[in-house]
Structures are given as C-alpha cells and as structure tokens.
Design a protein around this ligand. Structure first.
Ligand SMILES: [Zn+2]
Length: 258
C-alpha cells in the first residue's frame, strides 16, 4: 500500500519519523507521498527523500497549498524561479498540493491565479497534480476542464457526490480516499466511494490531519492507512487484498513510481 498523501515532513513527526517508517513497513505500507505546501518547506522534502532507508519509500511533490498562500504572497515575484529550481534539483514526482478552498479567509479570486499557474506548469512539465478541492468543486472542475492537464492527478481527501467524483475521473483525476469515509455522517462520500470504479481510487491518510472516527481531536498517523483500506473494502463489499492490490497499481501508474 502507498499513502498517497501524508504530511510526514511536519514538525509533529520530527522525533518519531524513523520509528514510524519502520512501523509502516511492518504494516505493508511500502511508500508515502509527501505533498509540498510552501517553498520554505521544499528543502526539508528534498532532505527527507534523499535519505531513503528501510522498506517504506518516500516521494515528494512541489507546490503551494491554498492555506499557505498568505505566507507565499510576499515572495510572489521569485516563486516561479524557486519552483523551477526545486523541480530541477530533486526528483519531485508531482505538482501540489495546490487548488482551491472556499472555506478560508483568502478569497477564491486570489487563489485562482496560483492554481492556474500550477495547472500550466503541470501541462508544461507533464507531471501529475495533487489537488486540494474544498468547497470549491465547481471552480476546480472549470479550471481542470480549461487546462486539461495530460498527466492527470488526484483530488485528494475527496468529499462529495458520486456525480462530482465521476466528473473528475472523466478529466483524468483519481479520487483520494481518506479518513472521512470512516464517519457514518459522511453518507454522500461513503456512497460515492462505494460506487466509483476501483480503478479510479487512491488511498491516503492526510496525516497529521483528518483523524479517523474514534480518534477525533488526536493527530492522525500514516499507520492508520490500513484502517482506511479496511473501511473502503467494507463499504464496497470487496476483498481487502484485491482492493489493496488494484489501488497500489493505480497509485504507481499515476505517479509513475517504479
Ligand atoms: Zn494535505
């Protein structure tokens, strides 16, 4: 299994990262993709992915998360240069996370130029995108339809209807399934992930965010990935081993992992 979205670089994991990675390997989690959130953090990603030890591999992506836009706005003029430098220096496997969030103080109009910039770069570099789409699905779909990034990507931490998810899938975007589906109240999302083709799904924890049901208020961990997989297999009424195998193939195909 691969955790397709985990912020393992966050400070909260600093004193337990090595231990976590060996525990991940014991749980059959053989890789973790760490998304980019802002330029000052990319260096750390570079360091983490350069030291590969053990059986749980790390990969990284490069981008700006909409929540961090106020931090990045002042260095807007040299952002492109820093991004290109980072992409050239390291083996970043994707662009992101980037996207739109309709529930934060930064207005969508201010987020849009940043999202479009990353979409254009994804088209130019033929790299997949890791997209954050929260309360902004219509705007995200409009942008993806306009740019049609050929290497596709993933709508991470998807929450929404099956119709919405199918629109993304038709645009070449996988659906990132995380801890949301462990909550009974997430009926719409649960129905969506149980009806979508298995070939369209990826698994993620989004740790330290998105704690599973029963762990509210605690910080999430990549060690919860098997629980997300179990919950998905239960909702879909499919054998767990087959589900894990297909989703692992989906992840490797999208991000062109060896
Ligand atoms: Zn994230």
């Amino acid at each position: 299994m691969i955790d397709s979205h985990c912020h393992l670089d966050f400070e909260i994991f600093d004193d337990q990262r090595q231990r976590l990675l060996s525990q991940c390997a014991d749980l059959d989690i053989d890789g973790i993709i760490i998304p980019g959130i802002e330029p000052v953090q990319w260096q750390k990603l570079q360091r983490l992915t350069a030291i590969q030890s053990g059986d749980c591999r790390l990969w990284a992506a490069c981008g700006v998360h909409p929540w961090w836009l106020p931090d990045v706005e002042p260095c807007k003029t040299d952002y492109g240069q820093r991004f290109d430098h980072q992409i050239a220096q390291t083996s970043m496997i994707a662009i992101g996370e980037c996207g739109l969030d309709g529930a934060i103080a930064t207005p969508i109009e201010h987020q849009l130029p940043w999202f479009e910039w990353h979409l254009q770069r994804a088209c130019d570099l033929q790299l997949p995108l890791i997209v954050h789409a929260h309360r902004a699905h219509n705007d995200v779909i409009r942008m993806l339809s306009r740019y049609r990034p050929t290497a596709g990507g993933v709508i991470h931490g998807f929450s929404g209807s099956v119709e919405m998810a199918l629109q993304y899938w038709q645009l070449g975007f996988y659906i990132g399934v995380g801890g949301t589906i462990t909550y009974e109240r997430a009926a719409k999302t649960r129905r969506a992930v149980s009806q979508l083709p298995l070939e369209s799904l990826l698994l993620e924890t989004d740790a330290p965010d998105m704690p599973l049901q029963g762990f509210q208020g605690q910080s999430n961990s990549p060690l919860q990935l098997p629980e997300v997989a179990k919950s998905l297999a239960h909702l879909r009424n499919e054998p767990l081993s087959e589900l894990k195998q297909v989703i692992s193939t989906n992840t490797r195909q999208l991000f062109k992992l060896g």
